[in-house]
Design a protein around this ligand. Structure first.
Ligand code: HAM
Length: 418
């Protein structure tokens, strides 16, 4: 049997990298005062349809949806922003200014290819009631610092997609430019409904090259906001990270003003993206609330993460037919230990105590020789082995073997668990 096309089983180093990113994200954004939010994986379709845009690829083709028994359409969430806005609208009365982060799976029925999955993980942040261009600069700054902490060399492309005041005249200019040109079928349809999306088309990139640029059409408000954002961001970011891409558009309709996409220095798919969505809260039924955020594609990012050489951890308990009961007693006592509990009387007791708490395993194959048990413990990267031998047990002792230093010492069992 096979897994669903476009989904992956994560295991070993691939999973470790994903977990590392998630853990770092939790630590990093908590430190910056963001509060974690976990919204459901299933939502009513209405949360996404109007907010992301009825003509967007996601809404038209990519949502996994089904009719619930009560006849309402339910979808697997394709992204995290709209659900957080739905939640925020109910919270808003008490706390207008709030910063969230989230970590979790998203689902899009895209054509599977490298870096494009049907289930993937996003780490996202959303800031509500933050209208200033400095807030946008802050966002790209913390995103860049987060990536730097993971040693990811990256570049950030930025643009403004304008607002309902300035976008109509730009769309009109695009319509004039594109009409009559030999565009692909998809883009022919986009001319009327959403001509800005043509700028994103890989097929028509030659025609797009000479299209009008939005920078020339921004209204006073959008232009000033963008220029201030640029000058602040240039000060805050390391040199060479930021560049303006006047043809950058996003595949979601809720953006107004500043948008950005982040790439690894070596290129490829975007590893993160975001921007400002000042009209979304009101559009979804809340009060007008300027807001901005971004999301990182965790699996895409994990391709560039290097795991440090795994350190040896934990304790492996050996066992033999005659001593199996004693080995299990040791395991039982170890499972009772907490970091604030038992003290291990040994000259490097703190280290052993630490290892006991982290990880413990026991040999369950009584036909295995002691030598092969120790070889197994070594290959599984355990730090210590507790060797439970008949002779030592007579003296109430076990042998603690340090697998890293290949040294061992007899220790009284009573001293292990004072
Ligand atoms: P997005 O650009 O659709 O934006 O997705 C953000 C990131 O999620 C992408 O840059 C990419 O790294 C990752 N991603 C998207 N689709 C896939 C896929 N099929 N497979 C693997 N990774 C993928 C959003 O979702 C917005 N909600 C971001 C945002 C937050 N804007 C404001 N706040």
């Amino acid at each position: 049997m096979q897994n669903v096309s476009g989904t992956r089983d994560l295991f070993s180093d691939e999973l470790k990298k994903v977990r590392l990113i998630e853990q770092r994200a939790r630590d990093f954004f908590t430190k910056l005062g963001f509060e974690e939010i976990s919204t459901p994986v299933i939502e009513y379709a209405e949360v996404f349809v109007k907010s992301l845009g009825e003509t967007t690829d996601i809404v038209m083709h990519q949502m996994y949806s089904f009719l619930d028994k009560d006849g309402k359409e339910v979808v697997l969430r394709p992204e995290g922003t709209a659900p957080v806005v739905r939640f925020y609208i109910n919270l808003q009365v008490e706390r207008p200014k709030v910063k969230f982060f989230y970590v979790g799976p998203m689902f899009r029925r895209e054509r599977p290819q490298k870096g494009r999955y049907r289930q993937f993980t996003q780490v996202g942040v959303e800031m509500f009631d933050y209208p200033s261009p400095q807030a946008d600069s802050y966002l790209v700054f913390i995103l860049s610092e987060f990536l730097k902490n993971l040693n990811i060399e990256h570049m950030i492309q930025v643009n403004s997609v304008g607002c309902p005041k300035c976008r109509p005249s730009y769309s009109e200019a695009l319509r004039n430019y594109f009409s009559g040109k030999p565009l692909c079928g998809d883009c022919q349809r986009r001319i009327d409904r959403n001509p800005m999306r043509i700028l994103d088309c890989k097929v028509d990139s030659e025609i797009v090259k000479n299209a009008p640029e939005i920078t020339d059409f921004l209204c006073e408000g959008c232009k000033n906001h963008f220029l201030e954002f640029l000058s602040f961001s240039k000060n805050m970011l390391d040199e060479g990270i930021l560049s303006v891409n006047p043809r950058l558009v996003r595949g979601l309709d809720y953006y107004t003003g500043v948008v950005f996409e982040v790439f690894h220095r070596s290129g490829g798919n975007a590893i993160a993206a975001g921007g400002r969505y000042d009209l979304l809260a009101q559009f979804m039924g809340g009060k007008p609330t300027p807001a901005c955020g971004f999301a990182v594609g965790v699996e895409r990012l994990s391709e560039f993460v290097n795991l440090e050489k795994a350190k040896r951890t934990g304790v492996f308990i050996t066992s033999m037919k005659e001593t199996f009961g004693e080995s299990f007693k040791l395991l039982k006592n170890i499972l009772k230990m907490r970091s604030d509990g038992t003290i291990f009387e040994f000259k490097n007791k703190n280290e052993i105590l630490g290892e006991l708490i982290k990880r413990v395993d026991i040999n369950l194959d009584l036909t295995k020789s002691l030598k092969s048990q120790l070889r197994f413990a070594d290959s599984e990267n355990f730090r210590f082995a507790l060797i439970v031998g008949k002779r030592e047990l007579l003296g109430g002792k076990v042998v603690v073997r340090d697998l890293e230093l290949s040294k061992q010492e007899e220790v009284k069992i009573t001293e292990l668990f004072e």
